[in-house]
Write a protein that binds this ligand. Sequence first.
Ligand SMILES: Cc1cc2nc3c(=O)[nH]c(=O)nc-3n(C[C@H](O)[C@H](O)[C@H](O)COP(=O)(O)OP(=O)(O)OC[C@H]3O[C@@H](n4cnc5c(N)ncnc54)[C@H](O)[C@@H]3O)c2cc1C
Length: 396
Amino acid sequence: MAKALIAGGGIAGTITAIALHETGHEPVIHEAYDRTAEGVGAFLTLAVNGLDALTPLGLKGLVKDLGFDTPRIKMHLGNGRELADFALGGQLEDGTVSQTVLRSDLYVALRDEAVRRGIEVRYGKRLADARDTGGGVLATFADGSSSDGDLLIGADGLRSRVREIIDPRAPSPRYVPLLNTGGLAEGLRLDDEPGVMHMTFGKRLFFSHVVHPDGGVWWFANVPRKQDPAQAELAAMTGDAWREDLIRRLAVDRTPAVEIVRATREIYRPWATYDFPSVPTWRTDRMVVIGDAAHATSPAAGQGAAMAIEDAVTLARCLRDVPSIPKALAVYEGLRRERVEAVVERGKRNGDAKAVGPVGRVIRDFFIARAFKNPPSEDPNAFMWRHRIDWEAPVG
Ligand SMILES: Cc1cc2nc3c(=O)[nH]c(=O)nc-3n(C[C@H](O)[C@H](O)[C@H](O)COP(=O)(O)OP(=O)(O)OC[C@H]3O[C@@H](n4cnc5c(N)ncnc54)[C@H](O)[C@@H]3O)c2cc1C
C-alpha cells in the first residue's frame, strides 16, 4: 500500500484519490483553498468518455444526479441560419449522454463522496515545495506544515506548482486568444428544447446557450481578444459596463442572446483561456502531474474534465498493477501522453474558429457553412469521446 500525497482537490485530484482508495492505497488530498471551484468555469459539459471512466468507481450516478442530459448541438451563424443539428458526443450502452453540471456542485459532491469513503481531505494546504527523499517524498506547504508519503501527485491545475518542481524549465501555459464569460438567466420563455446546446458563430463573439429542464438558460460567450489580459483588467470587467459591452456585441446577431444576457442577474467576470501544446516532463521517480497541470486544453474541446477523469483512473490502474512506483509512473505516461496531446490539438483547432476578427469572420462563415453542408464521413472529434478504459484489465 502506498501513501499518495495529492496536491489539488479539483476533478483530477479527488477522483484519483477515490480510485486509489478503491485499489487499497492511502491517498491524502491537499487543497490550497478552503473551498474549491470558486469563480471560473461556472458550468461544464462532461463528455461520455469521462462518464464511462467513472462507472467502475460508482460515480457515474452521482454526476447524473447533479447534471442534466445534453445530447445534441445545434450550430448557427449570427445571421440566424441554422448550420447543423447533431449528436453531442454519442452515448454509452446504457443510453447515458453528455451531462451539463455546475462546476461547484460537481467539486463539492465529489469531495463529499471522497470523505464518505474515508479519504482525508486537508484544506488550506497550498503546496509550496517537495523533494524526493530517496524512497519517498516530502511535501511542504505555504502554512509551514509538511507531509511525507511514497509519491506526490500534482493535480493542481493550470498554474501547477508540482509541474515547476518536477521541471523548473517547464513551459508556461499558451494563451488562446479568447475571453470567457457566461451566466444563468432566469424568467425567460425560450421555445428551445431543454438539453439542446445552441452554438452561434456570431459577428463579434461566439455565444452558446442551453435550456435547463427547469426552464433556466445557461450560457457562455467567447470574446476574441488578441493579447493576454492582465488580471487587473479582467477584474475591472464586471457589472453593468460589462453587460452593456456584451449586449452591444450581440445586438448585431439574430439570436436570443441579448434577452438572455439581460435576464442574467450576475454575469461572470471574464477569464482568459490557456492550453498546453505539450509539457515535456510529467514525472520524476516519485512525482507526477495529471489533469490540467499536465495538459490543459482549450474549452473548445469539451474534454478537460473528461481528460482529468481518464488520467485519474489510468494512474490508479498503473499504481494498482505495477509494483514499482517509478515504473508505474512511466507506464502511466506511456498510456496517456499521445491521447491527451491529440485532444489539446483538437481543442486548439476548434477554438481557432471563434477567435477571428471582422475580415476573418466573413471567410470563416463561408468555410464553416461549406463544412457543415459536406460533413466528413468520420467526425474528427469522435476519437475524443469514443475512448473507453477497461478498469478490470491489468496494466502490462
Ligand atoms: C471556462 C471553462 C469551461 C470549461 N468547460 C468544460 C467543458 O464543458 N467540459 C470539460 O470537460 N471541461 C471543461 N473545462 C475544463 C475543466 O474544467 C478542467 O479541465 C478540469 O477542471 C481540470 O481538472 P483538474 O483537477 O486538473 O484542475 P482543477 O479543476 O483546476 O483543480 C485544481 C485544484 O488544485 C488546487 N490547487 C492549485 N494550486 C495548488 C497548490 N499549490 N496546492 C494545493 N492545491 C492547489 C486548486 O485550488 C483546484 O482545486 C472548462 C474550463 C473552463 C475554464
